[in-house]
Structure formats: C-alpha cells, structure tokens
Design a binder for this molecule. Structure first.
Ligand SMILES: [Zn+2]
Length: 487
C-alpha cells in the first residue's frame, strides 16, 4: 500500500510539471481520494488492533475474575457493522471506532459481582500497579500498555452525589435518574497506548440495572435505540430487538426506538400531577432527547418509532434567547406552537416558581408546556405478501391461463465448483506419499469404526500440508503439478 501511495505521488508530481491548469483540479481530486483511502485503511487497521486488544483484555478478565459474562456493548459494536457497509472513509463518524471508547462489563449482575467482589477488587489493584509500571517491563495486551486507570464510581457522600475520583475535590454531580442508576456500580476508566494510538475502556463491574422504578418502566425508557442495543458476549453478538431489523436500521441509517414518549406527553397533559411528578417526567423526556439524538451526529439520518416522537429541531445559528446558550442545540416544538430550547425547558421544569403553583407553562403564552408529537414511521422492509401471491395464483388458475404464461426464462445457474482442499481420497494418497500414518492405519490401530480420527494426527503436519494445497487450489491451474511432486 505504501509504495502505491508513493507511486501515485510521483505520478502527480510529474503531471504537475506539465503546467496545465486543468491538471491541478484533477490532482486535487486524486489527492482527496487518496487521503480518504488512507484514512479508510487506517480505520480498518484500528479495528484489527482493537479486536486483538479486546480479546487479550477480555481473556485476562475472564481468567482473573472467573467470569463468563464479560460483555462489550455500546457504540463500538454498532460501528463494527457500520464499517461493513462503507466503501470509503465517512467523515460523519459512521463506521469509525477510532474516536470512541469501549464500554465493557464484567459480571452478569450485582449478585454475580457480590460473590466475586474480592477477586475483582484485587484485579483492579493489579491493573493500577500495571499502569504505574514502566513500559520497559513489557507487559501488554497485544501490544497495548495500560497507562492510566481512574476510579469513576458514582458514590453518595454526605448527601451529595460525586464521582469517587473527584471526591477529594468535590465536584458534585446532578442528582438525577442517571446518577441514581449508576450509583455504587464500580466503574473504571482505563487508557491503553500503543505507539500513538489509544484505546479507552469504560469498565463496569456489572450492567446498570434494567429494572428501574415504576414510573420509568411505564414508558419503556430502557428501550434504547435498536442500533445501540447490540452486545458482544462470549457467545456472539446479541440484540435486544430483532437482529435482522437492526441490520436494516444500520444500513438505512435510521435508528428505531420503542420508548413511549407519547405516553409521557399524554400523562403531562391529562394527569393531575404535582410539580415534582411533572419535573420527573420532563426530565425523562429531555434526557431521552439529549442522549438519543446524539446518533444524528454520527451519520444517522433519522430516529423513528412505532410510537409518536417529539417534534424537534436542531438550531445551528441563533443563540437561545432565554438561556443565552450558543448553537448548536436542540429545540422542541410545543403544542402552543412556540418552540423552546431543551436548556430553557430544563430550567422551567426544574425550578418551581412558587410553592403554590404546580403549573409548568410556556413563558410566551402561559399555556401548559406540552411537547408536540410527530409520527416518524419506521422505514419499511420489503416482505412479499403471501396472501397476495396466493390470490394472484388463484386468479390465474381460474382463468386457466397459468399454462400460457411464458415464464421459462432461460437462466444460467452459476455453478461454483468447490475444490475440496483435502478430500479423504487425496489425503490418503498424499499422506502415504510423504510417509505419515494414513487414516486407515489409525483406524485399524484404534479398532474404531469412524472414518476419521483427527485427534491422532500431528496437526502441524496436517496444516503444513493444507497450506501447500491451498496454493494449488486457489488458482485452479489445469497444469497443476501431480500430487507426487509434493515430495
Ligand atoms: Zn407558548
């Protein structure tokens, strides 16, 4: 690849010497394309290295924590699939894992963690030591050195919610549903380095509890976007949605959510709620909008749902009049036809103006603050309708025209003849020629009925043999040397 780039560069320089102004344009285009190709292949290499690293790190954890439930989730797995559908580097970040961390959890659940807590703590202690060791000790995960670990566990301290890492310099966190969800789950941020490449791991001891309090459950707030629900486990990649639809979502760049925002809005409109209860619902709505719309900044075109979603806009130019925040930010269209930034709504719904009012209203018209809903239908997947096929068939039969239909299109069915690399016959022939035991010998020795007893072969010999074969078979050369020449 490197010589390819230098060859092209040489050609470009030569072309430039001709001093034709049109050439400069072409050169710029070629140069752009080349840069893109380079970034694309760098990103592929990054994936290879990340996966080798992940395998090494996961196996380390499995070994020391005796856990069979290590999981990798979040954007990384989504990006692996995105990458398959790209033919060039995508500036939006679609398919690019380079600038994202890897989310990982070790145990199946809190119970699993409690039984192995001490070995987990010990492993973290050792990783801390490792991060302080000099690079010269040469302890790496497939070439990546651990250079930093930070304890980011969220804890409660004297009625404040803080990250343990910052508890020396109190940096209070907001006490909200998210911090409550993560409270006390051991969470470590680890940075690994190889040359000038970094891998950042967000390691959690166990997954965030999916069963939240009742209000949250009512709205299925846990139903994240389908494309973000992919999880890599020891058993493969799992999806909490239908995996086949999720693949379509990734290809069509349309994420699907099943969160019932419509139900939240209905409750805000129709239920008699206290300010505190309303505050909770607005916060859930805002959190969903702020966190889930992130996907639109990494190459996705839309978010759709079987349920109605909030009608939102992204403000790119104007600052928010109410909060002075600078663009870009998300604005929500309201039923009263006014439009407010999420920051403004957060302000209005978190501060009770007086203890006598439970109202949350639009600052412009004083009407109830109710987000407008919008139907954004899920992109349909083409599935042939069996009833339709039957109806057509019936109709044709009734008309007795079926025999007259010239549907006998002549099709050349591609026949791919696969050369078996090591059929039983040629294996016997070759193994006899090079003097190793034959399958028959082994069978006789073992008094065994089965035709092949692979355990008794010298695998190295077998593989070497195989490799030599691959070369012949790949080219399917009619002049392929006869097998005897293997000697
Ligand atoms: Zn209004």
């Amino acid at each position: 690849m490197d010589t390819f780039y230098s060859d092209i560069n040489y050609l470009l320089e030569e072309v430039l010497k001709t001093n034709n102004p049109i050439n400069q344009e072409i050169i710029d285009r070629v140069q752009n394309q080349l840069d893109n190709m380079k970034r694309f292949s760098e990103s592929t290499n990054h994936y290879k290295e990340k996966f080798l690293f992940i395998t090494s790190f996961v196996k380390y954890i499995e070994k020391y924590c005796l856990s069979k439930h290590v999981k990798i989730y979040g954007s990384f797995i989504r990006q692996v699939f995105e990458k398959i559908f790209l033919d060039s580097y995508d500036l939006s970040g679609y398919g690019d894992s380079e600038n994202h961390d890897i989310d990982m959890c070790v145990f199946e659940d809190v119970k699993d963690y409690e039984t192995k807590k001490s070995i987990f703590t010990n492993m973290i202690k050792n990783l801390n030591y490792l991060s302080e060791l000099d690079k010269d000790f040469g302890i790496t995960f497939e070439g990546f050195y651990l250079i930093k670990t930070q304890d980011l566990t969220i804890i409660e301290e004297e009625d404040r919610v803080v990250s343990r890492h910052n508890s020396m310099y109190p940096h209070e966190l907001e006490k909200n549903d998210i911090t409550q969800k993560y409270l006390n789950i051991p969470h470590y941020n680890m940075i690994f380095k190889k040359d000038n490449k970094y891998i950042i791991i967000e390691l959690f001891a166990y997954p965030v509890n999916s069963i939240l309090d009742d209000t949250t459950n009512n709205y299925d707030m846990d139903n994240d976007l389908d494309v973000n629900k992919l999880v890599l486990t020891t058993e493969g990649i799992k999806s909490h949605y239908n995996f086949f639809s999720t693949i379509t979502s990734i290809i069509k760049r349309n994420a699907i959510t099943n969160v019932k925002l419509n139900k939240i809005v209905k409750d805000l409109k129709e239920q008699i709620l206290t300010f505190k209860e309303k505050n909770k619902l607005y916060n859930q709505l805002l959190q969903f909008i702020v966190y889930r719309t992130k996907i639109l900044s990494v190459g996705y075109k839309s978010i759709s749902s079987d349920f109605d979603l909030c009608d939102i806009e992204i403000e790119l130019n104007e600052k928010c009049d109410l909060t002075e925040s600078l663009p870009p930010y998300i604005k929500i269209n309201l039923e009263c036809k006014h439009c407010l930034s999420v920051m403004a709504i957060a302000g209005l719904t978190n501060i009770q103006t007086s203890e006598y009012t439970q109202m949350v209203s639009c600052p412009f018209c004083r009407e109830k603050l109710v987000p407008k809903l919008k139907k954004i239908e899920i992109i349909k997947i083409d599935i042939p309708d069996n009833n339709l096929i039957e109806t057509i068939n019936d109709e044709l039969n009734n008309k007795a025209e079926i025999n007259n239909i010239e549907n006998d299109e002549l099709i050349d069915i591609p026949r791919y003849q696969q050369n078996e690399i090591m059929s039983k016959d040629n294996f016997l022939q070759v193994s006899q020629q090079i003097g190793i035991k034959t399958v028959e010998d082994i069978n006789i020795n073992n008094n065994h009925e089965s035709s092949v007893q692979t355990e008794n072969y010298d695998y190295n010999e077998y593989n070497e043999l195989n490799d030599e074969y691959v070369e012949y078979v790949e080219y399917d050369d009619p002049d392929m040397p006869p097998l005897v020449e293997l000697n």
